[in-house]
Ligand binder design. Structure first.
Ligand SMILES: Cc1cc2nc3c(=O)[nH]c(=O)nc-3n(C[C@H](O)[C@H](O)[C@H](O)COP(=O)(O)O)c2cc1C
Length: 152
């Protein structure tokens, strides 16, 4: 079984979290704004992250998830960063559930946006990234996945 991290990150905050999780899972992290979704054969744990933009996930992520084939039996988790509230979470979960995936975890932390959310300066912090790594370890445990199984 392999793990895959898919993310979109318009200003770079979610990318930091995605990289921390991918490192912990020994899995690739694919930016859906720049790259197509890879072949999902063999993926048993799909970890999907995004920022929230005017209450929604990015268009790139919505398109990427809608374009996937049905993936029954795949375990999925959602993560992301936000200025005020992680409003992207429900939409991401709905898109994953629509493909038949079982959602086994959620992780969200604040992410700075200089214009709207300057109080979030410095986020995600080192502490946020450490919590993201711990979350990834917990996901691996729940999914019965050994991080050494995946290939980068
Ligand atoms: C154009 C724009 C719209 C945003 N809209 C929201 C919002 O509706 N709710 C919220 O909590 N944060 C909002 N934010 C803050 C971002 O979600 C937050 O900074 C997040 O960390 C961005 O993730 P990214 O750096 O991975 O793109 C917005 C930021 C931008 C730039």
């Amino acid at each position: 079984m392999q793990a895959l991290v898919l993310y979109a990150s318009l200003t770079g905050n979610t990318k930091k979290v995605a990289r921390a999780m991918a490192e912990e899972l020994n899995a690739p992290a694919v930016d859906v704004q720049r790259e197509p979704v890879p072949d999902l054969t063999g993926v048993g744990l799909l970890v999907v992250g995004d920022g929230v933009y005017f209450g929604r996930p990015s268009r790139a992520m919505i398109r990427a998830l809608q374009g996937m084939p049905p993936l029954p039996g795949v375990r999925a988790a959602v993560f992301g960063t936000y200025g005020a509230w992680p409003q992207q979470r429900r939409k991401l979960e709905r898109l994953l559930a629509a493909k038949g995936m079982e959602i086994i975890g959620q992780f969200f932390c604040p992410g700075v946006d200089a214009l709207f959310y300057p109080l979030r300066v410095g986020r995600p912090s080192e502490g946020d990234l450490e919590r993201a790594r711990a979350f990834a370890r917990e996901l691996a445990r729940k999914a019965g996945y050994l991080p050494s199984e995946s290939s980068r």
